[in-house]
Design a protein around this ligand. Sequence first.
Ligand code: G
Ligand code: G
Ligand code: MN
Ligand code: NA
Length: 253
Amino acid sequence: AELIADLRRAVDEQQLHLDFQPIVDLSTGTVRSAEALVRWRHPRLGLLSPARFLPLAEETGLVVPIDRWVIREACRAAASWRDRLPEATVAVNIAAAHLRRPDLVATVTAATGEAGLAPQALTLELTESALIEDTDAVLDRLGRLRELGVRIAIDDFGTGYSSLSYLHRIPATELKIDRSFVSRIPEDARAYATVEMVTRLAGAFDLRVVAEGVETDGQHAAVAAIGCAQGQGWRYGRPASLAELHGRAGSGA
Ligand code: G
Ligand code: G
Ligand code: MN
Ligand code: NA
């Protein structure tokens, strides 16, 4: 209960910050995007990962103001790296509760507008479990975001309960293959076949594929051979502060 009161204050008192993890083009190694990941520097408990406080934030509805803050900060960050990485987008995770809110489109429009960022440079990551409640209102909202140019990624693909049918309904632009599959290749034949199948399926839907959780050279070689367009994971870079990311982009390929 005390943590709830603390969390309520965290946004106002600037205790949250974002780390960014690069997403690279698998054929060239170029940074194509960065995923914003929220962290909470708690005054007494120290640095808390989202796994520690997001469930609480979701229960209490505080996840909506947190996600709003994340969207705004992420857009500002993307505007700051536009000079060096003009093509790179920023990706933010959107909670199910936020997706259900009619004001999501206004929040996104305000954040990109304030930052002077093209909506095309923003990707919203939605999990399959958030998409389970894809009511007409949610689909309409996603359609309007797409019309603005905002990109839509299906996150942790393959782990949800939903059927493949929502691939037909959601106006997604990319599909992120969950790291539980990527971490088992190339050795595990079934995981390998799953990544291959999902990549081929994504191609038929014109979706860009991002392999998540690539840690080793072997995994990198496998996802590249399979034909995934992009990769994310420790092999390419850990989540890091904006300052560190700038340093890396400056020295990189
Ligand atoms: O960075 P880490 O591995 O601790 O992230 C754990 C989970 O928290 C991931 O599934 C990620 O999608 C989620 N997450 C990270 N940042 C945000 C955020 O700003 N908003 C929401 N809704 N989820 C986030
Ligand atoms: O659910 P989502 O995909 O948004 O979660 C992203 C989380 O995955 C981040 O918190 C990040 O720390 C974690 N992550 C990113 N790359 C790797 C990786 O290569 N290995 C592992 N184990 N975790 C990773
Ligand atoms: Mn994500
Ligand atoms: Na993911």
